[in-house]
Design a protein around this ligand. Structure first.
Ligand code: AHR
Length: 518
């Protein structure tokens, strides 16, 4: 058995998790909205067409903030098309996904859905085909109490009270050539700052996120953040990051190492944001919104998988079926986010239903959990609190991760990847430990010395592990991958010893009483 040692102390903390760290994302894309969370006529649909079987799974998953309406979709979206009497709303061509957008679900329905799910809305404005003027008008429609044409229009539409949307994204992935209305960093920085000014004049209480790079592998990464923040520093609170982990190379060891590059990405963006602050002698700290993250590769690159001919409504695209190893890489990403809770104060799992999602549905039929549902639920339900600084002593392995922008890109050398990746959160109930054993062959005995608590008692030990790393959950076998109880765990005198199965994700929950603090 491989062995690893962990040291932590209740008083040595990274930061408190922000509620918004546990968010997700709904885009008008494929069957995420239509046939996913919204399906009038479905046996479980309520009067507004919201599927209650999906709602129950969303509540169990427990996301806290929801980004909407895109993604690439937002860069060609007219918000006006999605409000007002449904029968008068226009169907439009959606350039992002070559689909027809019926607009029967729009901003007001989204807000109602969020309220029902007890989730904060996060709204993106179109800075691709549109600009500051429309962004100002949109926020006036949403957030202004009344007495102006646009705020009274919202009231006429049936929403008397302002929506009070606090978190606004200034466009989406504006650095990507695939984006409708893509821009250079200067072009985007200029338009973003002008939109931000108007939006904040309309509602001074909002928070604004500028678009960072759509991936660490973009050739413009770094310079993009620097230039965009040079323009927007005084007007924004947030910069966004996006990452989709992949296993194109069918190399599990490299795939499970890949979340460590999210750690690098986060630390690099923090360094750039703080360098922009330093140039101004400013103590302002820009926070990071990791507003798209997930595993995504099977339905990503092949055009046939991304779109369907004939401009269909809600085609079944990007319906990635996640397997066991995807859940492990995903769990590694959860650990990366938690371990940067001081600066990553918002994050959105992309996406929520059907489209690269933890929840799958059959249109007219069932809803079920994908493998990645489990680590997210574990993190969201039990990972809220003070993240502890952990010292992990683990043997390492060497690998190379392929994250191509172009097929000629060489793999990224990763010479020392610890077998054990871990995060620990001091929660109101006690202590939660998340552990990823990246050894594919051997179990790993984790010994954690935990200081600062006078008593520790095991409450639950759940592990996700399967001999078949390619096993997945399907409509026929929705619980094929399901967390089981981890048997070999002992807790004694501040020391937790747990035998983690090979290639496994584990959550240990401990009830804790505080000892003396520093
Ligand atoms: O989440 C799927 C797509 O990935 C989003 O629309 C886009 O922002 C990203 O490229």
């Amino acid at each position: 058995m491989r062995k690893a040692h962990v040291l932590m102390d209740r008083d040595f903390t990274i930061g408190t998790t922000d509620k918004r760290l546990f968010g997700a994302f709904i885009e008008h894309l494929g069957r995420c909205v239509y046939g996913g969370l919204f399906e009038p006529g479905h046996p479980t649909a309520d009067a507004q067409g919201f599927r209650q079987d999906v709602m129950a799974l969303v509540r169990e998953l427990a996301p806290t903030i929801m980004r909407y309406p895109g993604g690439n979709f937002v860069s060609g979206y007219n918000w006006e098309d999605g409000v007002g009497p449904v029968e008068q709303r226009p169907a439009r061509l959606d350039y992002a996904w070559l689909s027809t957008e019926p607009n029967t679900f729009g901003t007001n329905e989204f807000i109602d859905w969020c309220r029902m799910a007890d989730i904060e809305p996060m709204m993106a404005v179109n800075l691709g085909t549109r600009g500051p003027d429309e962004a100002g008008r949109f926020i006036e429609y949403c957030n202004h109490p009344g007495g102006t044409a646009l705020s009274d229009l919202r009231r006429k539409h049936g929403w008397e009270q302002p929506h009070g949307i606090k978190f606004w994204c200034l466009g989406n992935e504006m650095d990507g050539p695939w984006q409708t209305g893509a821009k250079t960093a200067h072009e985007y920085g200029r338009i973003a700052v002008e939109a931000a000014k108007i939006m904040r004049w309309v509602d001074p209480s909002i928070e604004l996120a500028a678009c960072g790079s759509s991936g660490r592998n973009m050739s413009t990464f770094g310079a993009w953040e620097d230039t965009v923040l040079e323009h927007t520093f005084n007007e924004v609170e947030w910069i966004s990051l996006h990452t989709y982990l992949n296993n194109y190379a069918d190399d599990t060891a490299a795939f499970l190492a890949s979340p460590d590059l999210m750690d690098s990405f986060i630390e690099e963006v923090v360094a750039i944001a703080d360098a922009v602050a330093a140039r101004r002698r400013s103590s302002k700290r820009i926070m990071l919104s990791f507003d798209e993250w997930n595993v995504w590769y099977r339905t990503r690159r092949r055009t046939g998988n991304r779109t369907r001919p004939g401009w269909p409504v809600a085609p079944p695209i990007l319906e990635e079926i996640y397997d066991m190893q995807d859940a492990l890489a995903f769990g590694g990403a959860c650990i990366s986010l938690l371990n940067h809770a001081d600066r990553v104060r918002a994050a959105s799992l992309a996406q929520l239903v059907n489209v690269i999602a933890p929840i799958m549905t059959e249109t007219g039929g069932d809803a079920w959990r994908q493998t990645i549902f489990w680590p997210f639920k574990h993190m969201s339900q039990h990972g809220r609190g003070e993240v502890l600084r952990t010292i992990v002593k683990s043997e390492t392995y060497s690998t190379a991760y392929h994250d191509p922008r172009s097929l000629t890109d060489p793999p990224i050398a990763m010479p020392a990847v610890p077998y054990l990746k871990l995060a620990a959160v001091h929660t109101p109930e006690g202590l939660t430990i998340y552990a990823l054993n990246r050894d594919l062959e051997r179990p790993l005995q984790m010994t954690a010395d935990i200081r600062g608590f006078s008593s520790l008692e095991l409450v639950a030990a759940e592990t996700l592990h399967d001999a078949d790393l390619k096993a997945s959950n399907t409509q026929e076998q929705p619980d094929r991958i399901y967390p089981g109880k981890l048997e070999n765990v002992s807790v004694e005198a501040g020391r937790v010893v747990a035998d983690l199965p090979p290639a496994s994700w584990t959550m240990l929950r401990l009830a804790a009483s505080k000892g003396s603090s520093l």
